[in-house]
Design a protein around this ligand. Structure first.
Ligand SMILES: Cc1cc2nc3c(=O)[nH]c(=O)nc-3n(C[C@H](O)[C@H](O)[C@H](O)COP(=O)(O)OP(=O)(O)OC[C@H]3O[C@@H](n4cnc5c(N)ncnc54)[C@H](O)[C@@H]3O)c2cc1C
Length: 477
């Protein structure tokens, strides 16, 4: 019988840093990581060559494989300002650890990233006065600016860095089963006993019955947003305590670097948040990529979403960032993931299976964008798979209104932000699973079953997902 001390589902940053820290702490645990994607060196997004998304089968390389969504991410590690009394980005880890402990954990984890090759330069700490003046200006228009220092790995460097971590884990005896999907959990009397797996080529085959059983004393779920849907199903099937979460729905926005020059220079990434009338929902900017490229990521059932990243060396002349609206539901419908998937399916249908792109000016003038409009547009799309069309057919009135009002608000802070040639790509969606209820030790309501990283709603981002792994290692050692 295959039996391990610890089984980790998913080899994203949360799972990697869990294994890494256990080794550093001298643990002799027999560890198995199960990852549905490939080794980091075998991950390759064909869009670089083909110019368009090829919908890789069985799984998209952007979000699956060693280092999870981190491999092709922009690699911005969100840090903190020493004077901060709140942790503004990255999820809820501080609610379990407290602010000061979280800061210490960020420092510790950041040092590991540095040791493995991250750029020593931290963006967003040099220009305090300039940042303050943008903050003041934003405040006048009811927009809050959170300036969070970031260490930028860059997409290509992130790949190399995680490659070095992969080698470290393998050299230290961590077993990693690649291209293997965890299809189910084995739970007996409210205690986790192990997992059931199948080869990744059958990932979409729900009828596949020849599942392999693997046993473990402890099982950790680190499946990221990619695994949010699966995790919600597991919660329902095995009575894992969880509560309905939120879904963030919006667009990826692309505009010339020249409008964003100050923000890019002073902060690299700015986090603007507002609650535009008439709904007063929370709308925010997220994942800003100066001189970057809009990317796509393919989820199960071919759902294709917009995202963005930037390289250290290869540059475009556009900045892209997400504009996201938080969606909460109550009664009688409270299924945020289902809602988000419906929006994505609608949008993809209108784009012939791809993300849609539309000019802001066309939206405001009530017309769709055509391919030929983009040829002469002053902002040239960096995502070549995107199909010109009408995103207002796909996004709800409330979502769309929130986004347009937010753009107007930001125009006051960043002149040019509402230029009619700027581009909106739809949809960008951040699926968070149902929030899995965990105790102070990250244990779920099932004994010895733990949940870390983005998947169960604990974190949102590379640094915090990594930190959650480090922290759990200290508990499980
Ligand atoms: C294009 C892009 C750019 C981004 N840029 C940034 C950025 O600049 N800064 C930032 O902080 N964050 C960024 N992010 C988000 C960041 O990558 C995630 O927050 C982070 O990777 C979460 O780590 P995780 O370990 O929780 O999950 P993930 O990294 O998502 O890893 C989960 C892993 O689990 C595997 N898995 C899922 N289900 C199963 C299953 N059933 N069986 C086996 N394996 C499974 C998946 O294949 C995946 O490899 C970006 C994401 C993308 C896609």
């Amino acid at each position: 019988m295959n039996k391990y001390d610890l089984i980790i589902i998913g080899a994203g940053p949360s799972g990697i840093f869990l294994s890494y820290e256990l080794i550093k702490l001298g643990s002799s645990k027999k560890i198995l990581m199960i990852e549905q994607g490939k080794k980091v060196e075998d991950r390759f997004c064909p869009i670089e060559k083909t110019g368009k998304c090829m919908k890789c089968k069985p799984l998209c390389h952007i979000t699956n494989g060693f280092s999870g969504a981190g491999a092709f991410s922009d690699g911005k590690l969100s840090l903190y300002n020493p004077e901060d009394t709140e942790i503004h980005v990255g999820g809820n880890l501080h609610e379990y650890l407290g602010i000061e402990e979280t800061k210490k954990l960020i420092d510790y984890t950041d040092n590991i990233y540095l040791e493995y090759g991250a750029d020593p330069k931290v963006e967003g700490v040099e220009f305090k006065e300039e940042v303050s003046s943008i903050k003041e200006k934003a405040k006048k228009y009811n927009v809050t600016l959170f300036d969070v220092p970031v260490r930028h790995l860059g997409t290509e460097k992130a790949h190399e860095l995680y490659g070095r971590l992969q080698n470290f884990l393998l050299e230290h005896g961590v077993e990693i089963h690649f291209e293997t999907v965890v299809a189910d959990l084995i739970v007996d009397n409210n205690v986790i006993k192990g997992v059931k797996t199948k080869p990744s080529k059958y990932v979409e085959d729900d009828e596949f019955t020849n599942l392999e059983e693997v046993y473990g004393d402890n099982v950790v779920i680190g499946v990221g947003r990619k695994g949010a849907n699966w995790l919600s199903n597991m919660c329902a099937k095995h009575n894992i305590n969880s509560r309905s979460g939120i879904v963030d729905i919006g667009v990826r926005y692309e505009l010339p670097d020249k409008y964003m020059a100050d923000v890019n220079k002073y902060m690299y990434e700015a986090k603007f948040v507002a609650r535009p009338a008439p709904y007063y929902d929370k709308v925010r900017t997220f994942c800003q990529n100066p001189s970057g490229f809009v990317s796509t990521e393919v989820y199960d059932k071919n759902i294709t979403l917009a995202n963005g990243h930037s390289y250290k060396d290869r540059k475009s002349t556009n900045t892209n960032l997400a504009l996201l609206v938080s969606h909460n539901f109550t009664y009688p419908f409270n299924e945020p993931i289902k809602y988000g998937r419906n929006v994505a399916e609608n949008s993809n249908q209108l784009g012939n299976g791809n993300v849609l792109v539309q000019r802001l000016g066309d939206i405001l003038n009530g017309r769709r964008t055509w391919e030929k409009d983009l040829e002469t547009n002053s902002v040239i799309p960096t995502q070549k798979s995107a199909v010109a069309g009408d995103i207002t057919y796909a996004l709800g009135y409330r979502t769309m209104t929130n986004i347009l009002e937010f753009i107007k608000m930001l125009e006051n802070v960043i002149p040019g932000f509402a230029h009619p040639d700027n581009l909106l790509y739809s949809p960008e969606i951040k699926f968070y699973s149902n929030q899995v209820r965990i105790n102070q030790e990250f244990e779920t309501s099932i004994k010895n079953l733990y949940c870390i990283g983005d998947g169960g709603g604990l974190t949102r981002g590379l640094m915090m997902a990594s930190c959650s792994g480090v922290h759990l290692a200290r508990i499980l050692k």
